[in-house]
Ligand binder design. Structure first.
Ligand SMILES: CC(C)(COP(=O)(O)OP(=O)(O)OC[C@H]1O[C@@H](n2cnc3c(N)ncnc32)[C@H](O)[C@@H]1OP(=O)(O)O)[C@@H](O)C(=O)NCCC(=O)NCCS
Length: 153
């Protein structure tokens, strides 16, 4: 299939949230249960957000969060199953990496369950030792601990 007409877009105002939700259901196992409202919040707080378009159809998505100089994270990289294996995934990640919010940072983080080889081709290195994760339930425990401590002062 010819991919020359496929477009990569940074414009958040163009995003069709229903299509992004459908793309997650179809192609992103970690994001199948996301609501439109939560997807809107994630997109509003991410920069850049890249959507991939085949005419008026969303066939790819990726987003980053960044402090602009030290650290950035790339999230929710997905290409529609019908469009995989044509170089679009690689170009999608490259498009995120070349955005001014990301291209100056010292280090770009991403987590992936089973696509390590795909990212290695782009230049990422495996790193099993430095990443720690705090799940949201623990965050609320920390918040109540801080509240308790504040009430004791
Ligand atoms: C991962 C994903 C985005 C790749 O998209 P894609 O459009 O198929 O990728 P590309 O066609 O650009 O592939 C680029 C290269 O990586 C290779 N590649 C793609 N997926 C790969 C994989 N899982 N393992 C090893 N190599 C892979 C391709 O063969 C290609 O190699 P080439 O440049 O030598 O031809 C896509 O498979 C996807 O959406 N997967 C489901 C969602 C997912 O797991 N996302 C990553 C979560 S962090």
């Amino acid at each position: 299939m010819d991919s020359r007409h496929i477009q990569f877009c940074f414009d958040k105002s163009r995003i069709d949230f229903n299509q992004v939700q459908e793309l997650f259901i179809l192609g992103a196992f970690w994001a199948k249960d996301r609501t439109i409202e939560d997807i809107q919040i994630a997109i509003a707080n991410s920069d850049p957000v890249v959507t991939v378009w085949d005419c008026d159809r969303v066939v790819g998505f990726a987003r980053a969060t960044s402090d602009g100089i030290y650290r950035a994270g790339i999230w929710d990289v997905v290409i529609h199953p019908d469009y995989r294996g044509r170089g679009l995934g690689g170009k999608l990640v490259e498009t995120v990496l070349t955005h001014p919010k990301v291209n100056k940072v010292e280090r770009v983080y991403l987590t992936t369950t089973n696509q390590q080889s795909f990212y290695e081709r782009i230049g990422f290195k495996r790193n099993d030792t430095t990443t720690m994760i705090l799940e949201n339930s623990r965050l609320s425990n920390v918040a109540s601990l801080l509240e308790q401590q504040a009430s004791q002062i």
